[in-house]
Design a binder for this molecule. Structure first.
Ligand SMILES: [Zn+2]
Length: 266
């Protein structure tokens, strides 16, 4: 398969055979348009992501996210080091590299993780229930993508940005589909502004609204924003395309070849 010919704009091979965003899950036109709008207007973020991580960096990134969900909070540097079987100092350096790529956010004082997209220790108003854990997600899209990333169903709890009415979304099919939406008229605003840190720019404005009426009123009051209105199903596809690849195992052609060679030799 020719990956270059089939690739949508601005995806990155984050490990052998795993591309982010995963365009294969994007079937709804508005979800594809939102991701493309993001690629064109968030060039800073895409530039960060275009740097491929080395295997140790990739390991620390993935283990940090697995531990985040297991512990229900940001893992300490020493916990990641023990889990990944790496030195604590080395993990500290790697976390700084991951922060440079805007994949994690660190506490300035001691360098520990505060944010590892889609999760953060900060209170954001977007809760993801994964198993017994209640986690804060950075934004509506991150909250909707977290289940697919961990290959389990999630319940997202948030509030309308305008009236603070409760919003609850449950997923099905291991986070890959929407099961229930309350209220059913809920929509998502997908903001595409970016200033070097998603957590401090677009994430703060990627939110749920209980209705189109409240979204439109908010857009009018904020004097025009760059972004897209998405249904919950469309927003889940964007979240899934962005976050499902993050913990996906490599499907390395080279490893398959060597495996085949080993079998042939036997
Ligand atoms: Zn509302």
């Amino acid at each position: 398969m020719n990956e270059v010919a089939n690739a949508e704009p601005a995806d990155v091979e984050i490990r052998p055979g795993v591309r982010r965003p995963d365009w294969s899950v994007v079937t709804l036109p508005a979800a594809g348009e939102a991701l493309r709008a993001r690629s064109s207007s968030r060039s800073g973020l895409i530039d960060c992501w275009l740097v491929a991580l080395n295997p140790a960096e990739d390991l620390v990134w993935r283990r940090a996210l697995v531990l985040f969900a297991d512990l229900g909070r940001a893992p300490r540097t020493a916990e990641i080091a023990a889990d990944a079987r790496l030195g604590e100092e080395s993990v500290g350096h790697i976390l700084k590299t991951l922060q440079h790529h805007d994949l994690v956010g660190l506490f300035e004082g001691d360098g520990r993780i505060v944010t590892a997209y889609p999760f953060t220790d900060r209170t954001t108003g977007h809760i993801v229930n994964l198993g017994a854990r209640r986690l804060n997600a950075l934004c509506a899209i991150d909250a909707l993508g977290a289940g697919a990333m961990h290959q389990r169903d999630a319940v997202v709890e948030s509030r309308c940005r305008v009236c603070a009415g409760p919003i609850r979304i449950a997923t099905a099919d291991l986070g890959r589909a929407v099961s229930t939406i309350s209220p059913p008229e809920t929509v998502v605003w997908y903001d595409t502004s970016y200033d070097g840190s998603a957590a401090s720019s677009c994430c703060t404005r990627i939110a749920f609204f209980c209705s189109d009426g409240h979204l439109n009123g908010w857009l009018r009051a904020s004097g025009g924003r760059s972004g897209r209105r998405l249904s919950v199903e469309e927003a889940l596809q964007v979240g899934r395309a962005l976050f499902a690849p993050v913990l996906a195992e490599a499907t390395a052609p080279r490893e398959e070849k060597s495996e085949r060679r080993r079998i042939a030799q036997v």
